[in-house]
Design a protein around this ligand. Structure first.
Ligand code: 6PG
Length: 473
């Protein structure tokens, strides 16, 4: 009997939680998973929501369960699995039905799939979902891309299950084809950078300044009441004071310093290079994860070059200095992220709503924070679209950037690596340099390749005296 409002394929942690969330909002969801019995198990564990979940045995069963025009949500690992499922679904669906890929897909795959789907008459949406398992269950942020009217059709369900911020939904259509997945990828790049800067400041506090873990936790907790208030600071405060039940030691003491990654941060970097966007803080965060994984190399390096003592004189920095360093780093990192979004918007003609994206990130997603509300307002009027130039943030930077410098200098002096914080500082210093070292680059390019340069005193393209007149282009 066709009565379900939406189909959901893929009942891993995220898919299962999303199915429960959909059912919890009064919709009927038809669910299926490649693993036999998974849909039945979900239904059996759903308690009072079980009547809103139809456990399907096959894709055909799922499609037949849906009211037309059908909407089918995919929550499967990005890549080939999505293409395979689409291949199986297309013969079962009708023109006007919609497939929604809600995984962490690469936006270029989403662009390709949107284009391919047009000829079948089946519609395709690429929706980035953020918030982890808890978000999926109780309200994630959603970044949608594809045809606006396809989104309009599923929006009642998607907005009902998404997070809200002061009554405003954190789910929105952001542009055609890959726009949603692109924005999700940049979200993840920022997530990497935010996490890395917090980890660097944590290391300064605990390893450098030798502040006891409980006190570190209290400091993060305090910061979570101020300008840095955010989900990532909140969980950092909790993590810092958590004990390992097995050894009764602080959990951070027993966690190996080897970070994993599924690739979205790396994609952000790759696309930034295509766009000529400077996302140096994200770049530093991705590189730091790569280097964290090279543990044997680091152990060898520590033996050969003698690692930093890690014991700083306590008087070097106050927690207030570190809070301001993080504030400055965060503003700079987000300024880079939004600048990249603007460049992508121009390149792909997406008309991305930058303030709308900041609003959407205010709740539900991993990078949710109070500061994003101020960013949304600032982006409405930011000079040259750079968040650093918006008066409210420019004033904060004038006050906080010296603390970022003080922090980075202390870390460098003590041999403690702070790649993301120092990348933020370098970006800031470059942004405030009306004249940089690039005159030498231009001279060198012209010297060895006759590439020409512009002059400070007149218009045109010129060559240096190192190129004989008869060789100049
Ligand atoms: C989110 C997260 C999520 C991501 C994990 C792990 O927004 O909910 O970004 O999508 O998959 O956080 O990402 P990494 O394995 O790349 O760290």
């Amino acid at each position: 009997m066709a009565h379900a409002d939406i189909g959901l394929i893929g009942l891993g942690t995220m898919g299962g939680m999303l199915a429960l969330n959909i059912a919890d909002h009064g919709f009927t969801v038809a669910a299926v998973d490649a693993s036999e019995g998974a849909a039945d198990r979900l239904k059996a564990s759903a308690g009072s929501l079980a009547s809103s979940i139809r456990a399907c045995a096959s894709l055909a069963d799922l499609v037949q369960s849906l009211t037309a025009p059908r909407s089918v949500l995919l929550l499967v690992p990005a890549g080939q699995a999505v293409d395979d499922l689409i291949g199986e679904l297309i013969p079962l669906l009708d023109s006007g039905d919609t497939i929604i890929d809600a995984g962490n897909s690469n936006f270029r795959d989403t662009q390709r799939r949107c284009a391919a789907m047009r000829s079948d008459g089946v519609r395709f949406l690429g929706v980035g979902i953020s918030g982890g398992a808890e978000g999926a269950r109780f309200g994630p942020a959603m970044m949608a891309g594809g045809e606006a009217d396809s989104w309009g059709r599923v929006a009642p369900i998607m907005t009902a299950i998404s997070a809200t911020y002061e009554g405003e939904t954190c789910a929105a259509w952001l542009g055609p084809d890959g726009a949603g997945h692109f924005v999700k990828s940049v979200h993840n790049g920022i997530e990497y950078a935010d996490m890395q800067m917090i980890a660097e400041v944590h290391a300064i506090m605990h390893d450098g300044l030798r502040i006891p873990r409980t006190q570190v936790s209290e400091i993060f907790h305090e910061w979570n009441q101020g300008p840095l208030a955010s989900y990532l600071i909140e969980i950092t405060a909790k993590i810092s004071s958590t004990m390992d039940p097995e050894t009764d030691r602080p959990i951070l003491d027993v966690i190996l310093d080897k970070a994993g990654q599924k690739g979205t941060g790396r994609w952000t970097l790759i696309e930034a290079q295509h766009l000529g966007a400077n996302v140096s803080v994200i770049e530093a965060a991705v590189a730091a994860r790569n280097m964290s994984a090279a543990l044997p190399q680091r152990i060898r390096g520590a033996e050969l070059f003698a690692g930093a003592s890690g014991n700083w004189p306590e008087a070097d920095l106050t927690s207030n200095d570190l809070e301001h360093a993080l504030i400055a780093g965060k503003i700079i990192c987000y300024a880079q992220g939004f600048d990249m979004l603007m460049k992508a918007s121009e390149e792909f003609k997406w008309k991305l709503p930058l303030p709308g994206i900041a609003k959407l990130w205010r709740n539900g997603c991993i990078i949710r924070s109070g500061m994003l509300n101020d960013m949304a307002n600032a982006l409405e009027s930011a000079d040259q679209n750079n968040l650093c130039f918006a008066p409210s943030f420019a004033n904060v930077l004038i006050n906080s950037a010296p603390k970022l410098r003080q922090t980075v200098m202390a870390a460098l002096q003590n041999g403690t690596p702070v790649p993301a914080l120092s990348a933020a500082l370098c970006y800031f210093d470059t942004l405030r340099s009306a004249r940089t070292s690039a005159n030498m680059i231009q001279a060198q390019r012209d010297f060895f390749g006759a590439h020409g340069f512009e002059r400070t005193d007149r218009h045109g393209t010129f060559h240096g005296p190192w190129i004989p007149d008869d060789k100049a282009e």
